[in-house]
Design a protein around this ligand. Sequence first.
Ligand SMILES: *Cc1c(COP(=O)(O)O)cnc(C)c1O
Length: 398
Amino acid sequence: MSDIFKGSFTQQEPIPEAGIEAAVAVMRHGRLHRYNTVEGEVAETVLLEQEFAASVGAKYCLAVASGGYAMATALRAVGVKAGDRVLTNAFTLAPVPGAIAAVGAVPVFVGVTPELVLDLDDLEAKADQADVLLLSHMRGHLCDMERLMAICDAHGIKVIEDCAHTMGAAWKGKPSGTWGIVGCYSCQTYKHINSGEGGLFVTNDAEVAARAIMYSGSYMLYERHLAGPPAETFETIRYETPNISGRMDNLRAAILRPQLADLATQCARWNERYFAIEEAVRGTAGLKVIERPQAETIVGSSIQFLLEGWSGEAVTDLVARCAARGVEFKWFGGAEPVGFTSRYDSWRYVDAPAMPDSDRVLAGIIDMRVPLTFTLEDCALIGRIIREEVARVGSSIG
Ligand SMILES: *Cc1c(COP(=O)(O)O)cnc(C)c1O
């Protein structure tokens, strides 16, 4: 009988004890709202913002209710208006085009390469169609950020980075989220730090930071944002910016701060697991690992493989066989979105032309989460199961 993997692909680690204690302390004093502080107290939310800004080397940081909220706020703060077109990835997660739709703007999709990054030639071809790019580092893959910024700078395109999968990652040593004008992060359970829901927003632009703080619902208490811009930045912005509440609270911030302090260690643990799986499957006929560029500092919290030229039937068969042995894949080539949506043609509120090159790539991507609850032995077993099943399906289809 062949081995079966018994672990769960959706089970994250518990909140560290320090986070639990800090959360209990917030509940004991009851001041959960970020602006509810006593004389001399600095709110947990403010401390988180200062610590996160320092960790990526950004001037300003705002903690918000979700990654999706951070992105929509970024779009508003850089001036996107209803009816504007915004460039974004054809392959990402639903909250990315959703943030564009939330501000009444219209996504213009840019294709995906077999390296699973934004197709920069396609970006260049579409660069005249919009003034803003909402760039998603989908599944942690960073494109050539220098070339991307050169294209966008040449066309006057502002770049907002969706770093939901790249908190802790970098390109040529420069943290993801600091290349464009705004970096947006998610603190949802399946991301790199976990408060259930939550988001972070970083920028070096004082006016963009001030607008975001006003949008998030700061009730003219912006001077309490110690990770925000100086008070004079708000002089007119405070009258001109609507309140679209989406603050983070002190309970979530308390849970997140100890996790942020551990982030580098956790990233190293993700990468051990990622590379253990990669090594176990590398060289399997019919399955291609995604080679990671040297310039990229990765966080391997999920792993993708390409099944180039496989029929839909063969992929379905492989996914089912692996599932029967406890190995859960997402297949981005499936005709119907199940449990998630990640493809431009699933978002039918956008009138998008067909993208055959991207379709070909998407048809062959399989994807797996790599939670830290997996041991390195688990990763070796998972790799072995994939290898065996790819070989079986591969030989049956010739
Ligand atoms: C999770 C995620 C987000 C943000 O999600 P929220 O649930 O709104 O925090 C953004 N982009 C991608 C690619 C994601 O996976």
